[in-house]
Design a protein. Structure first.
Length: 302
């Protein structure tokens, strides 16, 4: 089975590619802008005919699109998250219409959730900012393409390799810097929001199942832990793992995004039904693996 992974150098993409390479008989190649990519592809800029040429050369049985932007201005987000999937779908229709497309979406597409409830794939989408809106546009491009495609709407990924651009990776980096100093102070924003944290390794497993599942799949599947956890619990869990002895101070003023989206929790029943997928890692597992992965080379982490 020939599988093309786009966005392999990203956080999710690296885990996805490693998991796919473990599949018996899989021939995994990667496409992207990095010099070492097997196929040079820029979803944000390449015209569909150029993408189609690359896809024709790759001749994939499946394409996994992990490429995406989580930060930057609205133009960058639109180019990568909205224009990219649309151009990819156009190219696939021209060059590899039978290939399965697995596209990574985001739970941010739903917008604010109702406290105490889980959101299913049939729920209305009400993203509150450019990131969620552009991810939703990418999802619509895939679901309306007529291709054998499925969008995996991923919750808040956490686990080994989490980048400092996201909250878990940033907190881990701050704790490494603070060390055992009892006078250290971590000044953070509002930590009262609830998020559905899903282990990056569970996300990668879901992708493998989506790539290899026989027959058509639902157009959208939620991939999360299925429970909402206060962000404060994640921070305290990492601090405990780090042996942090200082103080954690929250900004009482809060943040605009936390105020707008104070609750996110996904119903993952459909993924269990369609893929036989369920999250295997607890949040404690994820935090332990994240902390261990940030240890300096050659050091021992408890």
């Amino acid at each position: 089975m020939r599988i093309l992974v786009l966005g392999r150098t990203g956080y999710l993409g690296a885990h996805v590619a490693d998991r796919l390479r473990a599949l018996p008989g899989a021939r995994v190649s990667d496409g992207g802008r990095s010099p070492g990519a097997d196929f040079g592809i820029d979803l944000a800029a390449d015209p569909p005919h150029r993408l189609a040429e690359v896809l024709a050369a790759a001749a994939p049985d499946a394409v996994v699109n992990c490429a995406g932007a989580t930060g930057g201005d609205a133009v960058t987000l639109a180019e990568v998250n909205a224009r990219g999937p649309a151009a990819l779908c156009a190219a696939l229709r021209a060059a590899a219409p039978a290939a399965r497309l697995v596209h990574l979406g985001s739970a941010a597409e739903y917008g604010p959730g109702e406290p105490g409830s889980r959101v299913a794939e049939s729920a209305a989408t009400r993203p509150v900012g450019p990131y969620g809106a552009t991810k939703l546009a990418g999802t619509v491009a895939v679901t309306a393409s007529g291709l054998d495609g499925v969008v995996l709407r991923v919750g808040n990924p956490v686990g080994p390799g989490a980048p400092p651009s996201g909250l878990p990776g940033r907190i881990a980096a701050l704790l490494r810097q603070a060390g055992p100093d009892p006078e250290a102070v971590l000044r953070l924003g509002d930590l009262s929001a609830h998020r559905d944290f899903v282990d990056v390794r569970d996300v990668a497993h879901a992708v493998v199942l989506a790539v290899t599942a026989p027959g058509p799949l639902p157009s959208v599947l939620n991939i999360g832990a299925g429970r909402a956890v206060p962000v404060r619990d994640l921070v305290r869990g990492l601090a405990e793992r780090a042996g942090f002895q200082g103080r954690i101070e929250e900004d009482d003023g809060g943040s605009a995004r936390s105020a707008q989206v104070s609750w996110q929790c996904s119903d993952v029943t459909a993924a269990a039904d369609a893929l036989g997928w369920r999250p295997q890692h607890t949040l404690g597992d994820s935090l332990a693996a994240l902390w261990a992965a940030t240890a300096p080379a050659g050091s021992l982490t408890p």
